[in-house]
Design a protein around this ligand. Structure first.
Ligand SMILES: Cc1ncc(COP(=O)(O)O)c(C=O)c1O
Length: 389
């Protein structure tokens, strides 16, 4: 056992998340606690609701936080909105679609899945055909699936779900604030997220927003919600004017979540998305100039993460290990069908910055060369600098 204080090594986290938290978020987390019903605390809660309305681009009254990581928000939404036996349609195009399927099955939904090859997304026509066939109570789909680095266009799906009498849920854990997201314009009934990607915080709080239709569906259900911790009707009473006691708020995480949203609102949501687009595109230019090939349909690539095919003859895990030990830079591996074939490189949240992009490209060039991949000196950094130029 070590009794040393925690003193983590310096790292630049350029994988698919988590990323380095914005120092202002860490500062907010170190603020002293106040009582759960202290007017300062309830004020922070109200601010948080209002700030996340701007982040999600919604006027939904029911916009608040679930204490827990990204999947806590998903589980809270599903256990509260799905009744046992409800048909739930889940179009799966990556690993996190499988997570939605797993959680929906545990909520005793009658899950119907349609699948797409990883790296591609669904057309609205494919989803409409499945809505017609399965007549679900809910359409649930991931927005940006970090496992494949592509984002499903959502703008037509809310109207389609409504036309077929389904609630429309989406998981924006990996995409929110780095890619356009318009909850109200797109007709989203329920959306959940996490702090550890484009929101520039640590994982541990899951922002959520529910439309009036979703709240009505939840409050009129006839089978009680089979979770205490994730009972959104109770959690809403706690965040609402009645302030009915539910759990003891994870105050430091609430400070973090509020600061993440405050920084985004101060920056402006369009500016935040544009920042992710710019630095994500600069990273792509640099990677291409290094002679690498990208994975997935680039027309729908997420702004904040890119998949890179591991060149033949290169040991992907050894390269990642060298990036970490020699340069202190973390890049990501992949799962399932992409394991050993694709690296994932993120430019998100606090690390969607020029210096982070250039440093990563400079280090990557050295690691590739030493791994036996032929690269022309300075090509990656040069291309990214030209792009920024
Ligand atoms: C798209 C997506 N959904 C859900 C999750 C799960 O979030 P968490 O690991 O915070 O529970 C992740 C995490 O990477 C994700 O990328």
């Amino acid at each position: 056992m070590s009794t040393d204080p925690i003193n983590p090594p310096r790292r630049l986290l350029m994988g698919p998340g988590p990323i380095n938290a914005d120092p202002r978020v860490l500062r907010a987390m170190s603020a002293q606690l106040v009582g759960q019903y202290d007017p300062a605390m309830t004020g922070y809660m109200n601010d948080t609701m209002e700030l996340y309305r701007s982040v999600f681009r919604t006027s939904n009254e029911a916009t608040f936080l679930i204490d827990g990581t990204g999947r806590a928000g998903i589980e809270a939404a599903f256990i509260s909105l799905i009744q046992p036996g409800d048909v739930v349609l889940i179009p799966v195009f990556g690993r996190f679609g499988d997570l939605l399927r797993d959680i929906a099955e545990r909520c005793q939904a009658d899950v119907r899945v349609i699948e797409r090859e990883w790296g591609t997304v669904f057309t609205p026509a494919e989803i409409e055909a499945a809505l017609s066939e399965h007549k679900p109570a809910m359409l649930a789909i991931v927005h940006g699936d970090t496992s494949t680095t592509v984002a499903q266009p959502l703008d037509e799906l809310g109207a389609l779900a409504e036309k077929h009498g389904a609630l429309f849920y989406t998981d924006a854990t990996a995409s929110l604030a780095g890619n356009s997201f318009e909850a109200d314009t797109w007709g989203v009934d329920a959306v959940t997220s996490g702090l550890q990607k484009c929101l520039a915080g640590p994982s541990g709080s899951s922002p959520i927003s529910l439309s009036a239709k979703a709240v009505a569906a939840m409050t009129s259900r006839d089978i009680p919600i089979r979770s205490n911790y994730f009972d959104l009707s109770q959690i809403l009473e706690y965040w609402g004017p009645k302030r009915l006691n539910h759990h003891t708020e994870a105050t430091s995480m609430l400070y973090a979540a509020r600061e993440c949203a405050r920084l985004l609102v101060e920056e402006g949501m369009e500016n935040a998305v544009e920042r992710h687009r710019l630095h994500g595109a600069a990273m792509v230019e640099g990677l291409l100039a290094l002679g690498l090939t990208l994975f997935g349909d680039q027309s729908v690539r997420m702004n904040n993460v890119v998949g890179v095919r591991i060149p033949d003859g290169i040991d992907g895990d050894a390269a990642r290990a060298t990036m970490l030990t020699d340069f202190g830079i973390e890049i990501g591996t992949s799962f399932g069908p992409l394991e050993g074939k694709v690296w994932r490189i993120g430019t998100m949240g606090y690390n969607a910055r020029k210096d982070a992009v250039l440093t990563t490209l400079a280090a990557f060039e050295q690691v590739l060369r030493r791994g036996g991949f032929s690269v022309s000196g300075g090509a990656g950094v040069g291309a990214a600098m030209d792009f920024y130029g």
